[in-house]
Design a protein around this ligand. Structure first.
Ligand code: S3P
Length: 168
């Protein structure tokens, strides 16, 4: 028995799917972005603007370390960049089963085009930013995960079912 950790790019559905999965497997749902926002008493955008990305990334590692120390069993939505740090990937594997929700850049763009809560996508040409960042990150997410689920064109309930089947 252990936690289930959902990783993947911003907008791939980690929070929505995580909440439903949490209900299905009867483990409480946690979202690392929300834990960090509470702790810092700032939104992610404020945190990036005031303290910078490196500070935020250190908070992500601290967050994972605290969850490990606690030894509870959760469904965890990990912030999209959390798995990029080698140390974090190692910690996530110790924490439980890592599931990568893999999506096409087009799906992500459609979901995020009206969203202004992601500091890394602010500015010119977010579509191109998404394409480039996802290209750079894909292999890292794959390496971090034990289970990979392709989410394009599937509804959330079917994805939850698929995760449940693959995790057993
Ligand atoms: C980030 C993803 C965000 C948040 C921050 C940075 C990233 O989380 O942690 O904006 O680098 O991919 P979500 O994946 O929950 O949007």
């Amino acid at each position: 028995m252990s936690s289930i950790i959902l990783i993947g790019y911003m907008g791939c559905g980690k929070s929505t799917i995580g909440k439903r999965l949490s209900y299905a497997v009867r483990k409480p749902f946690l979202d690392t972005d929300k834990i960090i926002e509470r702790k810092a008493d700032r939104t992610i955008s404020e945190l990036f603007a005031e303290k910078g990305e490196a500070y935020f990334r250190d908070m992500e590692t601290a967050c994972i370390r605290e969850l490990m120390a606690e030894s509870g069993e959760y469904v965890i939505a990990a912030g999209g960049g959390l798995a990029l740090r080698e140390e974090n990937r190692r910690l996530l594997k110790e924490l439980g089963k890592v599931v990568y929700l893999r999506a096409d850049p087009e799906t992500i763009y459609e979901r995020l085009k009206k969203d202004d809560t992601r500091p890394l996508l602010k500015g010119e040409n977010p579509k191109e930013k998404i394409r480039i960042m996802m290209g750079e990150r894909a292999a890292v997410y794959e390496e971090a995960a034990e289970i990979i689920i392709d989410v394009d064109g599937k509804d959330f309930e079917d994805i939850v079912k698929e995760i449940g089947e693959k995790i057993l």
